[in-house]
Design a protein around this ligand. Structure first.
Ligand code: C5P
Length: 221
């Protein structure tokens, strides 16, 4: 069958990465986690001690930086200039700074360029914030995946295990702040594309959402 590209956008914690990974595996497509790429840039910027509000130094970092995603045993491996940063990009420090870094024009243009290259041969499921609106405006299937803020926070909270360093309320506040920054930035803000299908996952199982998207994908292919 004909291979297509699938864009899955939405706010933080809506289940995009879990859903996108499973959809990709069902369709034998490549999963691309674009949030991981912005996280990797943020991690490198922090580890080099860059001033994150200094747009010139972020720009020069981004222009030379190579971010690649490789399939790995337990999921996707993220490399920044060849160094494995997979675990390092999930820290709270990176999470707290990533929206600031991803608002930078040069960072966005470099990441979008890399993402378009990854999707050029079709057959990708790409999750992010601006995939349907900017990166792949011609994607054959676009989904905007949401869930209520409380549910998004409690899903994240459950992932933290039995000794979480934050409360559910704190987590909900952090997610809301990140969504606000991502939605209000000037370049390629988080937004539902006009031709995207809105799926609200509140109270629905992952399997249900995956089945729905897989069958839409098969129809669109
Ligand atoms: O998906 P995840 O929550 O890991 O994304 C981390 C951050 O990366 C987002 O909060 C957003 O600031 C940025 N991002 C973006 N554009 C994308 C994907 C992620 O700006 N396509």
């Amino acid at each position: 069958p004909h291979r297509i590209n699938i864009a899955i956008d939405g706010p933080a914690g809506a289940g995009k990465s879990t859903v996108a990974r499973l959809v990709a595996s069902e369709l034998h497509y490549v999963y691309v986690d674009t949030g991981a790429m912005y996280r990797a840039v943020t991690f490198v910027a922090q580890s080099r001690g860059l001033q994150l509000n200094d747009s010139d130094s972020l720009a020069s970092l981004a222009s030379g930086l190579d971010i690649s995603l490789l399939p790995g045993e337990g999921g996707q491996i993220v490399l920044a200039d060849g160094k494995d940063v997979t675990g390092l990009i999930r820290s709270r420090e990176v999470t707290a700074a990533v929206s600031l870094v991803s608002a930078n024009a040069a960072v966005r243009s470099r990441m979008s360029e890399l993402q378009r290259r990854m999707a050029a041969a079709k057959g990708v499921v790409m999750d992010g914030r601006d995939i349907g609106t900017h990166v792949l405006p011609d994607a054959e299937l676009k989904v905007f995946l949401t869930a209520s803020p409380r549910e998004r926070a409690s899903r994240r909270f459950l992932e933290l295990g039995d000794k979480p360093a934050v409360t559910l309320d704190q987590l909900e506040g952090e997610i809301a702040l990140r969504d606000r920054m991502d939605s209000e930035r000037e370049i390629a803000p988080l937004r539902q594309a006009a031709d995207a299908l809105l799926i609200d996952s509140t109270g629905r199982s992952i399997a249900e959402i995956v089945d729905e998207i897989v069958s839409l994908g098969r129809t669109a292919a």
